[in-house]
Design a protein around this ligand. Structure first.
Ligand code: AMP
Ligand code: ZN
Length: 490
């Protein structure tokens, strides 16, 4: 297998430290809000890579942290007038709910920053003892210039950083590039006792300590979005390698970002959609397909049109699975007899025998899910042709084999594992709701408000709530989820 290593900027043969085992760490969420559909990208793609490594026979141990103490959490708590712990508790729970909605498998170990404080203190002490860190009035900083390889991941030299970056001068630091490992407590903030006084850990440190304390000094894969390369991952390398004297990570993997309205989707810019809303509207497999149909190192733009297209692609496969199951039920299944196959049937047989291999070769090439899905859809096309062009009974076993292959190869992608009838129904339901929304907005343009309101009310009675927002209409099932979404926006 080959994978692209951000550290070397090359595609490299994947050789884990211990044969057959993969130690993997993916940066997790900071729990101060529901995560947005852009945040879902690393969660989904690295979930798929983990599943695929398992499909290829590796034993994977995945650790993913939960940052449950941080400035953003504290700010949210202050603005809502509740305790920071309460904010973290609420959104940690929401995070797990959203993972489940998206069928993202849980990591093997999910450490919380607040439960790893003793190890963090010990780690900082080690850095101080080795001369890589110093304290000043209850704050502890990392001495960046002492770490000779600083900048290797992001490709920035210390001098470039110094002149280019807008690093604020802070007289508590020896050098503006130094970053905080431990922050002295301010009144009302969560804090823990330490040799340097009451305080809390810095974000970069949290990941270094959680990763190495669970997986050991050297990880095989460390992953996250490209926005984390600098300074987060650069700082993680500096801290970890300074403390352990070992190489921290063999392969650094970074997903490109989701854009919306011309910029990176982000909470701070306000150009985001919650993952839970999008998942509810289009279904979890459409969200997965939306990401997997592109290479993870390609930037993607979010649009409702693209989500709807993704849903249609997923439905296309489920319709086929549904069709195959009903064909198989209506006829006794003969043994495969190649001599009796039509030309179409022989073409399908050829496709069946090469799909798995082609799928694997795409996935082995830096997890090219787009190429792999392309193979699956070529198979879908052949199967559909076979069904629509006068299906011969002798071809039934081929359809069955096609179905099994789609399900087998869909498994590492987290696609096509559902019951076909149900998925098709749910997809159709969504399409019909959207059609009604479209009719309603046309009516409103024509000022036929009475009929437009009638549509809204009738849908509401069926448990579908509409919400007009920024010249478009969002819908969701039931009042419970609507309520939580309202809260989220408040
Ligand atoms: P955060 O909670 O902001 O630390 O983000 C959690 C994960 O989402 C990190 O791996 C980020 O790199 C990733 N991420 C944040 N914004 C985007 C985006 N617009 N597109 C893709 N990934 C993102
Ligand atoms: Zn991290």
């Amino acid at each position: 297998m080959k994978l692209y290593n951000t550290l070397t900027r090359k595609s490299e043969e994947f050789v884990p430290l211990e044969p057959g085992r993969v130690k993997m760490y993916v940066c997790g969420p900071t729990v101060y809000d529901y995560f947005h559909i852009g945040n879902a990208r690393p969660f989904i793609v690295f979930d798929v890579f983990r599943r695929y490594l398992e499909y290829r026979g590796y034993r994977v141990t995945l650790a993913q942290n939960i940052t449950d103490v941080d400035d953003k959490i504290i700010n949210k708590a202050t603005s809502e007038g509740i305790a920071a712990q309460e904010v973290a508790r609420r959104y940690t729970e929401a995070y797990f709910e959203d993972l489940e909605r998206l069928d993202i498998h849980r990591a093997d170990v999910q450490p919380r920053a607040t439960e790893t404080i003793p190890q963090m203190i010990e780690f900082i002490q080690r850095l101080i003892d080795k001369g890589y860190a110093y304290d000043h009035d209850g704050n502890v900083y990392f001495r960046v210039r002492k770490f000779k390889n600083y900048g290797q991941l992001s490709g920035k030299s210390v001098d470039q950083l110094k002149s280019g970056a807008r690093v604020a001068v802070d007289e508590r630091k020896e050098d503006p590039l130094d970053f905080a490992l431990w922050k002295a407590a301010k009144p009302g903030e969560p804090s823990w006792p330490s040799p340097w006084g009451e305080g809390r850990p810095g974000w970069h440190l949290e990941c270094s300590v959680m990763a190495t304390s669970i997986l050991g000094d050297t990880l095989d894969i460390h992953a996250g979005g490209t926005d984390l390369i600098f300074p987060h991952h650069e700082n993680e390398i500096a801290q970890s390698e300074a403390a352990t004297g070992q190489r921290f990570v063999r392969y650094w993997m970074h997903n490109e970002l989701l854009h919306f309205e011309g910029e990176k989707m982000s909470k701070s810019l306000g150009n985001f959609e919650y993952a839970r809303e999008i998942t509810e509207r289009y279904g979890p497999e459409a969200v997965r397909y939306f990401y997997l149909a592109k290479h993870y190192r390609t930037p993607i733009s979010f649009s409702h049109r693209a989500m709807a297209e993704a849903r249609r692609a997923v439905e296309r496969v489920y319709r086929l699975l549904e069709e195959i199951e009903s064909q198989a039920q209506s006829a006794a299944e003969p043994e495969l007899n190649e001599a009796q196959l039509s030309e179409r049937g022989r073409a399908l047989l050829g496709k069946l025998s090469q799909t798995r291999e082609a799928f694997i070769s795409h996935m082995d090439d830096d997890f090219n899910t787009a190429g792999a899905l392309g193979q699956l859809f070529e198979l879908v096309r052949e199967l559909n042709l076979c069904i629509s062009e006068d299906l011969q009974p002798a071809e039934l076993p081929l359809l069955r084999a096609g179905e099994q292959l789609i399900r087998e190869l869909g498994r590492p992608l987290g696609l096509f594992q559902g019951a076909p009838w149900q998925e098709v129904q749910e997809g159709l339901q969504g399409e019909l709701i959207e059609l009604l929304i479209e009719v309603r907005s046309q009516l409103r343009i024509k000022r036929e408000y009475q009929l437009a309101d009638e549509i809204r009310q009738r849908l509401s009675r069926l448990g579908v709530e509409l919400k007009d927002q920024d010249r478009r209409t969002l819908w969701s099932y039931g009042t419970a989820s609507q309520g939580s979404d309202e809260r989220a926006r408040a």
